[in-house]
Design a protein around this ligand. Sequence first.
Ligand code: UDX
Length: 438
Amino acid sequence: MEITVIGTGYVGLVTAVGFAELGHRVLGVDRDAAKVRRLQAGDPVIYEPGLAEKLVAQQGAGRLHFTTEIAAGVRHAPILFICVGTPSLPDGSADLSQMEAVVRQIAAALDGYRLVVEKSTVPVRTSSWVHRTLRLYTRPGIEFEVASNPEFLREGRAVHDFFHPDRIVLGVPSQRAGDLLGEVYAPFHCPKVITDPNTAEIIKHACNSFLALKISYINLIAELCERTQADVHTVAQAMGLDQRIGPEFLEAGLGYGGACLPKDVQAFIHIGEEHGLDFSLLKEADAINRRRVDGILQKLKRALWILEDKEIAVLGLAFKANTDDVRGSQGLAVARALLDSGARVRLWDPHAAARAQELLSPSERVAYTDSIWGALEGAHAAVIATPWEELRALDLARVAATMLTPIVVDGRNLLDTEAVRAAGLEYHPVGRPSVAFT
Ligand code: UDX
């Protein structure tokens, strides 16, 4: 069927390409003309494994086009997915201005029934606002409906997640809307949760906040492990074997970053408060997460005594592996904290360096290197900030030989303690016993 996807960021572009591969005829809409030109030329703009090939293949098959015109998107399809950004306002609540602007443009172009579907993460009751806005700006007598279909894909494996969802959530106001979305998702055989739009909106925030809680919980346990010479890795492993808990999202380290978890926790706290509820549980998760960077700085200070004028390599700037996204990057947060302490930083990332430079410019104290070895050369210490495979597979003897003082702070618990010991590194992981300099 015909589908329009408005907003071609990480979620929108993967969704557009995915729907096209499923055989739908998709029109992607974005207000950024330069981006649309690149997309039209087969350049996905973002780095996401597998995306570039699929984009080109679907364009070649004639099933995927891009435009800047929302009106063209409205003409193209009976179903319009809104995938625009919903960033944080200073008070933590979601900024829905992009959403509202898009909805007004849809309203102005409506010429007959359309199903408008929110895919962006939005606060509960947004669908009522979308509905009211459409009513206000649409010519009388024109029918439309609003549904919520939250997206759960993870950056770095978004293409895989699109085709293999754990579940699909359809928050629909009517049988008609349910049938339309049912047709879109007919090829999927995973569980489908059919519910009302408010419930669907809450599901998305509840999921991301729960994942953040899980990560902060294991990071709190890691802090206890550090004070008691216990090993958080084994604690997490044993916890994960309990089927009620499960093994995922129990990796202690630098905490959660990215464009979603930090923002969604803030937004959910705000939503709770708006409805007279105390969401301190989530405030604590956020507080634990915020002190992760300081924990890494403390380890460096304990190892180096004085940070001023030290050369520190920060390995990994993407907020997680397999993406070039540096929004909410803990690696950049570590780099900034080091600069505040007077240190110099040498930054490496295989995919995210260009985007990182937009947020932290190269300077006398900030160097970007093309190779891990360039970052380690002459460094007093190195911090592992992103779990890139390249870092997991490091030649540790060469690390020891390259650095001025072979001190590694492992913010992602990537390295094997025995291998580190054998290579002669001083090693400080998170929530696990350190290896002393010999
Ligand atoms: C998240 C949700 O997982 C996804 O369902 C939603 O659609 C968007 O938000 P994403 O932001 O891509 O996805 O990243 P995710 O894989 O959830 O990781 C978030 C952060 O938590 C990363 O910084 C990651 O390094 C960190 N993390 C994850 C941990 O610190 N420990 C873990 O055990 C897992």
